[in-house]
Design a protein around this ligand. Sequence first.
Ligand code: 5GP
Length: 203
Amino acid sequence: MRIRGNLIIISGPSGSGKGTVCKAMFDSMTDLHLSLSATTRQQRVGEQDGVDYYFLSRPEFEKMIAEDQLLEWANVYGQYYGTPMEPVLNAVNQGKDVILEIDVQGAFLVRKKFPTCVLIFLIPPSRLALEKRLKNRATDSEKEIEQRLKWAESEIQQVAYYDYLIINDEVEKAAYKVVNIINAERCRPALLDIESLMNKYRV
Ligand code: 5GP
């Protein structure tokens, strides 16, 4: 019934729990494709190349930009982050919805190219909760945490331009809301094959 899949963008400050919520969501929705981003930021302990990100050097990333291989890219905290285009296009052409965990700059760029995409913003219940999560994660220095909290403030100001806002006070509840949003968006006629549906009603 679908002409193609849709793009579901999940943004939110670093430490808002996007990754954890997405994991919980994938447990109940198996027919989704998770886009794997490329970045020039340093690999953290426990992260794997090709699993968490494609970790690239600056020249490698700039080559991808020059060759127009990215659906979008942005400079976040002084590092490049971007979405490789081909896997996303392949998945949507196969009718799969694609989840992109990207920042607000990237989200608005994708919306220009894919106006049907859905923008979901995920935030922790308070600045204190965000600070605690960043500190508990123990992956960033004090300076980086301070930078991420500042960035969070400016990102949250963009929430009015998003389609949905979810406050992540409990992972399961937040994941349930994302699943509901995706299911509701799948009922929008814009991406459905109305012509074949109408054929079934013709006498
Ligand atoms: P982190 O370094 O904590 O993994 O991610 C930092 C920020 O970069 C997060 O806000 C995350 O959403 C964003 N990000 C991750 N991948 C991409 C991407 O492909 N494009 C853009 N524009 N932002 C991304």
